[in-house]
Design a protein. Structure first.
Lengths: 298, 427
């Protein structure tokens, strides 16, 4: 009887097994292995050498790693803030009565599904110092050419522009969906009370859109902490002058796969993990906080 | 039997479990059991010659497999897993990484390589051998460095323009810099130094030693590095660098454009750039010449073929490698892809001796061949690429971010020491 009971749910367990088996093989095992690897010195072919916490001790004093965290955060802020403002404007535009709505939505979303590598190559020509399209355009309006891929801040701007270009449309579509789900009666009430469009936007639309905005912020934080391809294609594995484009993930990639230093690479990956955890806690607290509404519109 | 939901679930799970079990139990050691798999990277080996080898060695069932992306990463992964390994594989100039794992490869000397050694450049042959004499790599191509210059523009400026005269006038880097000042004066806005990285890289390539000795010990005397560094900084301070630094690989749009519009009138580079130059600046055909580089002969880049120990027929594999990389086939690969032959016998091949239209009727193999024969044997350690990158990163900081050269030098040295300490080279 008890055997029968034990096996009663076996088919159900079997049915959900594929996910757990795959997750164990491709998720749990690599995670545990990378933890083990971070305690080794290993170039990929020679036998591993156990070095204890040496790699982590090294990581804490590694200015390149701290710089890469700084770069990642700077690029994240530089890209996310303008991107969200732009997305909001695009979403509001699409939400008002314009023609060819369907076409415009697809057009705005298109950058998001374009291959990043192809895009980075195009942007490489776009930002090129002397013969780039952007500098040519600047010269037309009488601005001196900028060393887009030579100056540390110009590099960060260039990468941010690429991210903005890629994600504005995506977030605009999300915000648009949010806008369309808002109850119309609130807006009618606001209009009756004599609120202007600006007032309506800041007092009614934005507070109501808060959950959607938070979703966008969280998603862009997840993406922002993983910035890699744009930097790598535009500037190579080393992040360009002053390592301005050296993000956390690029630093990890460069150490593990260009320097063949897999032990230290694994330690960097765990360093990135800690940063991501801290950010997740921050995000979580942001989302958990009850909405602070001045006048409850409902 | 009716199909109930429970039976359906149980059945599906059973099928999935069987499939999973069967798949997991055996993965082959080599990529194609029963065949000889050869891994090569894009344009690393002539595909025409490979195709001929497939027909020529039917018994071995040669299966060439082009690895797009990083071949080295694929090889490391396959070696770690001891599965899906190639029988023959290409290795780049980071071949010394594998000197610590020669037990995973076949010693070519045991397969008769000692008799073939004489046909290849001694320094290149030696570069494929581990410090304890294990012949790991069979040479494919090399990268002798020469001076590429626009003879039409040199002549226009009233400067020497014939290869011998230019080589004589520019025998040292100092000559080159002075010459650069004259070019700057007579042809304003034109450059003959791409960036500081070019000077550092090729100056160091001419030295007898780089950073580490063959036992992977950091050299006590790093004066050659300082020499290359000082030269690079000097070129920058004299205002001779075009400053294309920063963009990936130094071969960004700016440099290609500079080839086309004649802004870059000369540069020092290994022979493998010829293909890029021809492809990117077809309009300048006939206006280029090459001659010996300032500072002396040097080599940058090149690759090898190696046989893994997992290969069931190493002798057969060796016969294929030997044929693929015979002087005649190296000459064919040079004509097809610009892979510079590692065998002097290939330099005399009538096909490569033909005058080249792109280089104004010059036979460039004469120039490159002579350089190739004079190159000094130099040890390229597993850390060389990372160390060089560290120095050139800092040079880029000097060049495009205005960093103080002395501070940059100190920062580079600190970074190199940290890198080597982490890798266990320095205590």
């Amino acid at each position: 009887m008890s055997v029968n009971r034990k096996w009663r749910y076996a088919p159900q367990y079997l049915a959900i097994a594929p996910f757990f088996v795959l997750f164990a093989v491709f998720g749990v095992y690599p995670i545990l292995y990378s933890l083990w690897l971070s305690l080794q010195r290993w170039n990929g072919v020679s036998p591993m050498k156990f070095v204890g916490l040496e790699n982590f001790r090294f990581l804490l004093t590694d200015t390149a790693f701290w710089d890469s965290i700084g770069n990642t955060l700077i690029i994240w802020v530089m890209s996310t803030v303008p991107m969200l403002v732009l997305s909001m404007l695009v979403a509001l535009g699409l939400n008002s009565s314009v023609r060819h709505k369907g076409f415009l939505r697809v057009a705005y979303f298109l950058p998001n599904v374009t291959s990043i590598v192809a895009m980075s190559l195009v942007f490489g020509s776009f930002f090129s110092n002397e013969f780039g399209v952007l500098n040519w355009f600047l010269s037309l309006i009488g601005v001196d050419p900028v060393q887009w891929l030579g100056d540390p801040w110009a590099i960060r701007i260039a990468i941010s522009l690429m991210i903005i270009w890629r994600w504005t449309g995506y977030n605009a579509i999300i915000l648009l969906a949010g806008l369309q789900a808002l109850p119309q009666d609130v807006f009618e009430a606001a209009e009756l009370d004599g609120a202007g469009p600006v007032q309506t936007f800041f007092r009614v639309t934005l507070p109501l859109l808060r959950p959607v905005l938070l979703f966008s912020v969280v998603m862009s934080a997840i993406g922002g902490l993983q910035i890699f391809t744009e930097s790598q294609i535009l500037l190579g594995n080393r992040g360009g002058p002053e390592g301005a484009g050296m993000t956390m993930v690029l630093y990890f990639y460069n150490t593990a796969f260009a320097d063949n230093d897999f032990g230290y690479g694994a330690a960097i990956a765990w360093g990135i993990f800690v940063v991501v955890v801290l950010f997740s806690i921050l995000n979580w607290r942001l989302v958990q906080r009850p909405p602070r509404l001045k006048g409850d519109v409902r | 039997m009716t199909l109930t939901r429970r039976r359906f679930l149980a059945g599906t799970a059973a099928v999935a479990a069987t499939a999973f079990g069967a798949g997991a139990c055996s993965s082959p050691t080599t990529a194609n059991p029963g065949r000889l798999t050869l891994w090569y990277s894009t344009n690393g080996v002539s595909e025409k010659v490979l195709g001929e080898a497939v027909r020529r060695f039917p018994a071995q069932k040669l299966t060439p497999s082009k690895i797009s992306g990083e071949l080295n990463q694929r090889l490391l992964a396959a070696l770690s897993g001891e599965a899906y390994l190639p029988d023959i594989t290409m290795l780049g100039d980071g071949i010394s990484t594998y000197f610590s794992a020669t037990d995973r490869f076949a010693d070519l000397n045991a397969l008769g390589a000692a008799q073939d050694e004489k046909n290849y450049l001694p320094w290149k042959w030696q570069a494929g051998r581990s410090p304890d004499g294990f012949q790991l790599g069979f040479p494919i191509d090399i990268g002798p460095a020469a001076l590429y210059y626009r003879h039409d523009l040199f002549a226009e400026a009233g400067l020497p323009s014939e290869p011998d005269a230019v080589a004589q006038a520019l025998s040292t880097w100092d000559d080159y810099f002075e010459f650069g000042m004259r070019v700057k004066e007579k042809l304003p806005g034109r450059y003959l130094i791409t960036d500081t990285k070019m000077v550092f890289t090729y100056s160091l390539a001419q030295e007898r030693q780089k950073y580490l000795d063959r036992q992977n010990r950091y050299l006590a005397d790093q004066s050659q590095v300082r020499r290359a560094w000082d030269r690079a900084v000097r070129a920058f301070q004299m205002g001779l660098t075009a400053g294309y630094a920063g963009s990936a690989g130094g071969e960004g749009v700016d440099r290609l454009a500079a080839w086309n519009n004649g802004k870059e009138v000369a540069f020092v580079n290994a022979s493998w750039i010829t293909g890029n130059l021809k492809q990117s600046a077809p309009g300048t055909s006939g206006r280029w010449h090459v001659c010996r580089a300032p500072g002396g002969p040097g080599n940058q880049g090149g690759s090898f073929l190696a046989i893994t120990k997992y290969c069931p027929d190493p002798q057969g594999a060796y016969e294929i490698v030997k044929w693929l990389l015979s002087p005649e086939n190296l000459a064919a690969a040079y004509l097809e892809l610009g892979l510079f032959p590692s065998s002097p016998a290939a330099f005399d091949d009538p096909r490569v001796q033909a005058p080249e239209e792109f280089f104004g009727g010059q036979t460039t193999i004469e120039v490159f061949g002579k350089i190739a024969e004079e190159v000094q044997p130099v040890y390229f350690s597993p850390y060389d690429i990372s160390i060089s990158d560290t120095y050139t990163d800092e040079l880029t900081n000097v060049e495009s971010a205005g960093k103080d050269p002395e501070r940059a030098w100190e920062d580079a040295n600190t970074a190199v020491e940290r890198l080597l300490r982490r890798q266990g080279v320095l205590a």
